[in-house]
Design a protein around this ligand. Sequence first.
Ligand code: PMP
Length: 430
Amino acid sequence: MQISESKRLFAHAQQFIPGGVNSPVRAFRAVGGEPLFIKKAEGAYLMDEDGNQFIELINSWGPMILGHNHPMIKEAVLKAMEDGTSFGAPTAKEIEIAELIVSMVPSVEKVRMVNSGTEATMSAIRVARGYTGRDKFIKMEGNYHGHGDSFLISAGSGAMTMGNPDSPGVTKGTAKDTLLAPYNDLEAIETLVAANKGEIAALILEPVPGNMGLCLPKAGYLQGLRDICTREGIVLIFDEVMTGFRLAKGGAQELFGVIPDMTTLGKIIGGGMPVGAYGGKKEIMEFVSPSGPVYQAGTLSGNPIAMAAGLAMLNHLNTHPEEYARLNHIGELISDGIMAINKELGLNYTVNRLGSMYSMFFTDQEVYDFATAKESDTALFGKYFQAMLKRGVYLAPSQFESLFLSTALSDELIHKILQAHRESMIELMH
Ligand code: PMP
C-alpha cells in the first residue's frame, strides 16, 4: 500500500490544524500509524489520495447508511443548489422534514433542526432543565453526547481514546451538575435519584451505546429507566444520534418499544450534510424559543441544501422497510462470519451486534458497560486495525467505536471482509 501522498498531506496539515485533523479520532492515534487522506467515496468504497481503495465499515461514522455518494441524495442536493445555498428564513422543506421525523420517530411530536449531534444534546438538556426547573442530570459512563461542556465527563469514544475522559476547560461548576452512572445498572440510578431527590432534570443515554464500542441494553433496562423517570418527573432523553433511523426507522425506541420524553438525532438525518435535531413531547418542546422561554438558535439551522439531503434520505428509509431487513442480514453475515472464523482459530473474542452496528472486543468476557469495555486489549485492536487496512478494509480507528454497515455491502464484499478478517487474525496470532 502506497501512502506517500497521505503522509505529505498529514505533515502539511499539522502546520495549520491542531493535530492535523478537524476531529481527534481521525488522527489514528489509538491505532498507530498516520491517517489516510480521503479523496472521494463511492458506494461501499473509500478512495485515498494515493489511489488506494478500501471497503468501508464506518460510513462517515454512521450517516452513509445507503453507501457513499448515493445518486438519489446527490440529485436532491444538486437540485436544491439551483435555488441558493442559505436563506436564514423559513422554508417549506423544513415543514416537510419535521412532519416526516414526527411520523417516523415515536417520541417526537415537535422537532427543532440544528447543525450537529452536539448541538442537539446541548439544546435538549437546556430544554429539560428549563422545563423541570432543575439543574442536575444523569449520564452514563462511557456514553458520548458530543462535546458540550456538561457531557465531557466520562465521555467514551474519542475522549476516551485520547486518554482525557474529563476535558480540561470544563469547569468544576459545570461538572458538578453531571451525575454519572454505569450503563445497564438500574440500582445505580435508584441510588442517584434518592440522593438527589427533586433535583434531577434529565436522564440522558445512548439507548444502545456505540461510543464505548457497541453495548446492548439488558432485558428490562430501558423500561426500568422509563419507569424511574416517570415516577420522579425526570425527562428521559434518548440520544439516538447513532441509532436513529439506523436500528429501525424509528430508532432504538421503536425497536425496544420504550418511548422517551425527548430524543436527539444526527448523522443519518442529514444524509451526509451537517444536521442534527432534537424533539419530543409537545408540552416540553413548547418551552423552546420563540414559543417558550428556553433560547436556542442557529444561523444555518434548517439549511435548504442540508434539508434536501436529509429529506431524500429519510423519505427513502421511510418507504423502504426492506432496507432494514437487508442491513440486519448484512450485519448477521459479518458478525456470524467473524465469530465462526474466530472459533475455528480457537479465539473467543466478544462480538456485540445489533442490526447494522457491531464491535469486536479483544476480550473473551461479556461487554455490557464502560468498565467491561475497558477490559479489551487495545494494543491488539490497533494491530487488527492495521492488518485489516493493509487488506483493504477500513475500520473505525479505535476499539471504543461501533462499526456502521451500509446497504452498499454486497455478498461478494462481505466475503472479502471475512477473508481479510481471517488473514488478519492469523497474522495477529504469529
Ligand atoms: N451523540 C452521539 C450518541 C454520538 O455518537 C455523537 C457523535 N458521534 C454525538 C452525539 C455528537 O454528534 P456530532 O459529532 O454530530 O456533534
